[in-house]
Ligand binder design. Structure first.
Ligand SMILES: [Zn+2]
Length: 112
């Protein structure tokens, strides 16, 4: 099941779409303005695969060096871990927020 992320060229917003049926991929439109004029972003699949282990190793009480945020996958990790420590579980919504922050950063490298 592929998850694709898009940027809408019309309203400039990002969103992600999960496809159960490959034929739906060609029909995808912006969630906000329904424009078909979209740019596909990098898949976040690998990010999700390693996130559990990243979270497990992550210590919010230690300070993070400059290198930490050079890895865009670490963006949002701190917030997520803190939420968990405080017993707050935003579930998929938090993932979406974090993912947005990440893709926006990654975007600069992939924008054509
Ligand atoms: Zn749009």
């Amino acid at each position: 099941m592929p998850i694709y992320e898009y940027r809408c060229n019309q309203c400039n917003r990002d969103f992600s779409e999960l496809f159960l049926n490959p034929r739906e991929i060609k029909r995808v439109r912006c969630k906000y303005c329904h424009s078909p004029n979209l740019t596909r972003l990098v898949s976040s699949f690998s990010v999700h695969q390693t996130e559990a282990s990243r979270l497990a190793q992550f210590d919010t009480s230690k300070s993070r060096g400059d290198d930490f945020y050079k890895d865009s996958r670490n963006i949002g990790l701190w917030a997520k871990k803190r939420m968990k420590e405080m017993g707050v579980d935003l579930g998929p919504k938090m993932d979406q927020i974090v993912e947005k922050g990440r893709t926006r950063k990654i975007l600069d490298d992939y924008d054509k």
